[in-house]
Design a protein around this ligand. Structure first.
Ligand SMILES: [Zn+2]
Length: 288
């Protein structure tokens, strides 16, 4: 497939780069549309809808093409390229782009991690982070349980930090009641019922029953995913060196916390890697 060798907006005539009338109008339009507040994607689809040809009858506009165009300083003109875009328009587009990328980078790794691990205590769905209020973010249940006023990044992070500090102050909070993490799967229940049926038969087939018992022992063992005692000991050992923190580090969050639950009573629970839970009450006011 042939690719463009001349920058969009220009053509080469008698060995000299000159402005391409129609294409340069498109370039101007792209800059204006962007400065007026349109996104890269929406500009790309506008050009595609208008069937504006990029190269050799091809209509192939996407946000990267638009992005490259907005970043190309040649449009302001130099020894080779005549000017299509004024410096002031170019700079305006540039500063809008910088502001937008700043906003995106504002999501710290901690916020990104919280996005992955935060769930709704009422329905178990993921919590999503939305930006409905312009600059102010809001966390809400993705299934729409909406009993809380609102939670922003700081509130959530502070609760997670406070729960962590509670554990740092009192390592006993990381203790897990023995077997509390044993949750029989459907497979276990099915197997147990099957075994009961076998035992109720008038004539017992000992070999089948023995195999059934061994099988259940195995699947029961499989659903106890780990030895929580060992993990609890390791967790306590690592955390006993940490003093109370002002704000939990990304690494601490990633290493020690596997889930954050936003409960309908306005409390926030951190579930640690050993399944221990520490809850902070009254984090979020109830809306009702
Ligand atoms: Zn929910």
């Amino acid at each position: 497939m042939a690719i463009r060798t001349t920058l969009y907006g220009y053509q080469v005539k008698n060995g000299k780069t000159v402005v391409h009338d129609e294409e340069s109008e498109v370039v101007k339009e792209v800059f204006s549309l962007y400065v007026e507040g349109n996104t890269l994607n929406s500009i790309a689809s506008m050009l595609t809808e208008k069937k504006i040809v990029y190269f050799q009858d091809e209509v192939k506009w996407n946000k990267n093409t638009i992005n490259r165009m907005l970043e190309n300083e040649k449009y302001m003109g130099n020894e080779i390229y005549p000017m299509i875009i004024s410096t002031s328009l170019f700079d305006k587009a540039k500063s809008i782009k910088e502001k937008k990328s700043c906003k995106q980078e504002k999501h710290s790794p901690k916020v990104e991690l919280l996005r992955k691990i935060t769930i709704c205590g009422e329905c178990g769905s993921r919590y999503k982070r939305v930006n409905t209020w312009g600059s102010r973010e809001k966390w809400m249940c993705s299934k729409g349980c909406n009993c809380l006023k609102y939670i922003d990044d700081d509130t959530l992070e502070k609760a997670v930090t406070d729960n962590f500090n509670s554990g740092v102050r009192n390592l006993e909070l990381f203790n897990v009641i023995a077997n509390s993490q044993y949750q029989p799967t459907i497979e276990v229940t099915k197997g147990e019922n099957e075994l009961i049926r076998l035992l109720e038969q008038p004539e017992l087939d000992y070999k089948t029953i023995a195999n059934g018992i061994l099988n259940i022992a195995k699947i029961r063992f499989d659903c106890c995913k780990f030895d929580s005692g060992e993990i609890t000991d390791e967790l306590k050992e690592e955390i006993c060196d940490i003093s109370v923190v002002e704000s939990i580090q990304y690494n601490e969050m990633k290493e020690y916390i596997k889930q954050v639950i936003i409960n309908s009573d306005g409390s926030i629970t951190s579930v640690f890697i050993n399944n221990s839970k520490i809850t902070k009450k009254g984090v979020v006011e109830n809306a009702s």
